[in-house]
Design a protein around this ligand. Structure first.
Ligand code: DAH
Length: 339
C-alpha cells in the first residue's frame, strides 16, 4: 500500500506540473482527491490492514492528500496569473493609434433660424400650429377673402392637384383651420413649406418656407401687433433694431402693412445689403379682416385679431448675409457645415 501511495504521489506531481489550464487541473483534482478518486479507493482498503499498520498508513495517506492538495493549489494560482497576463496582453489598447471619430452633422441654417423664431414666440405665449401642404382651394384662397377671379391669385400660381386642391401657396390657410377649431384667445405661429410656380433664381424657389402668426382676442389692436413684432425683430436681429410699418394690401387683413427692419449691417446708413435704403422688408402683416374672422367662425363684433406672414428663407439670408437662396437646397457640405 505504501508503494501504491508513492506511485500516486509521483504520478499526480508530474501530471499536475504539466497541466496547461485550470480546467485540466480541476479534472486532476477529481481524479486524485475526488470521492471516486484514486486516493479514496486506497483508503477504502485500510480495513484489511493490521491495527498496527493502520495508523501509519493513515498518516501516510493524509500526507499524500495534503501534498497533492498543496501542489494543485499552487499550480492553480500560477495558471490564473498566466491567464490574467495573457488576457491583459490580448486586451491591451494602443492609445497611440489615431481614433475612429464619427463626424457629427449640424443643423440646417433654416432649422437654426426657425428654432430661434419659435423660441421667441413661444416665449410670448404663442403655440405652434400646423396645416396640410396639400390644401383645399377654399382654405388657401376663398376663406382668406381671395375669390376665384381675384388678381391676388396671379402672383400665387401653384401646382393644382384638382381644380379645388392645390399645393398651398402660403401658410395663411392655417389661420382658418385654427379658428375653426379653437375658441379665442388664439395665439399661434404656423411654420411650414409653401409652393409657388416660380422659376429658381437667387431669390426664388418653387418650394420655400413661411411662418404664419395669428392672434385673436378681445381688444387686439394695431398697437399690439406693432409691439409684438418689434419685440420679434429686436430678439432676432439685435436690440438696436428699429422697425417701420408701411401701408400695404393683403386681401385677408384690413388695414395691412409690410414691416421693415433697420439694416443690421449698416444700422440704417445704407449699404449693399439694404440696397442703400437703410431698411429691409421682412414680413407682411395686418388686422385680420372681419370676413376672415367670420369664415373662421369667430364673431368680428366681439373679437379682433392681427396676423403676419414671414418668409423663413428671407430671414435666414439676412441673418447670415447669404446672397443666394439656392444654397439652402443644394446640400453642399462646404456651405452647410458653416452653421
Ligand atoms: N400670406 C402672405 C404671403 O404669402 C403673407 C402674409 C401677409 C401673411 C400678411 C399674413 C398677413 O398673415 O397678415 O404673401
Amino acid at each position: 500500500m505504501e508503494k501504491q501511495l508513492e506511485t500516486i504521489k509521483t504520478a499526480a506531481k508530474s501530471e499536475i506540473e504539466s497541466a496547461i489550464s485550470r480546467q485540466v487541473l480541476e479534472a486532476l483534482r477529481v481524479k486524485y482527491l475526488g470521492k471516486k478518486g484514486e486516493l479514496t479507493s486506497i483508503l477504502k482498503q485500510m480495513g484489511s490492514l493490521s491495527p498496527k499498520e493502520r495508523p501509519i498508513m493513515g498518516a501516510l495517506a493524509n500526507e499524500v492528500r495534503g501534498f497533492i492538495g498543496d501542489i494543485l493549489d499552487e499550480k492553480m494560482k500560477l495558471l490564473a496569473k498566466d491567464e490574467q497576463i495573457e488576457k491583459l496582453k490580448s486586451e491591451a489598447i494602443d492609445v497611440t493609434i489615431p481614433g475612429n471619430t464619427k463626424k457629427l452633422g449640424s443643423l440646417h441654417p433654416l432649422t437654426v433660424v426657425l428654432d430661434e423664431v419659435k423660441e421667441i414666440f413661444l416665449g410670448m405665449g404663442f403655440q405652434i400650429a400646423t396645416g396640410p401642404e396639400v390644401e383645399w382651394d377654399y382654405y388657401n384662397f376663398e376663406a382668406l377673402n381671395i375669390p376665384k377671379d381675384h388678381p391676388a391669385r396671379d402672383t400665387q400660381d401653384t401646382f393644382y392637384i384638382t381644380e379645388n386642391m392645390l399645393l398651398r401657396t402660403q401658410t395663411s390657410p392655417v389661420q382658418i383651420r385654427v379658428m375653426e377649431n379653437t375658441k379665442p384667445p388664439i395665439r399661434i405661429i404656423a411654420p411650414g413649406r409653401v409652393y409657388r410656380a416660380d422659376t429658381v433664381d437667387a431669390t426664388h424657389s418653387p418650394l420655400f418656407h413661411q411662418v404664419e402668426g395669428l392672434v385673436v382676442d378681445k381688444g387686439i389692436s394695431m398697437s399690439v401687433l406693432k409691439g409684438s413684432l418689434m419685440q420679434f425683430a429686436k430678439r432676432l436681429y439685435g436690440n438696436d433694431t428699429k422697425i417701420r410699418l408701411r401701408p400695404h394690401h393683403f386681401p385677408f387683413t384690413e388695414p395691412s402693412c409690410e414691416m421693415d427692419v433697420s439694416c443690421f449691417i449698416c444700422g440704417g446708413k445704407g449699404c449693399s445689403m439694404c440696397k442703400n435704403e437703410g431698411w429691409i422688408e421682412i414680413l407682411g402683416a395686418g388686422m385680420v379682416h372681419p370676413k376672415v374672422l367670420e369664415n373662421g367662425g369667430i364673431d368680428p363684433n366681439i373679437y379682433s385679431g392681427y396676423a403676419f406672414g414671414v418668409g423663413l428663407e428671407r430671414l435666414t439670408l439676412f441673418k447670415y448675409s447669404i446672397n443666394d437662396l439656392r444654397l439652402f437646397f443644394e446640400n453642399d457640405l462646404r456651405f452647410l457645415s458653416q452653421f
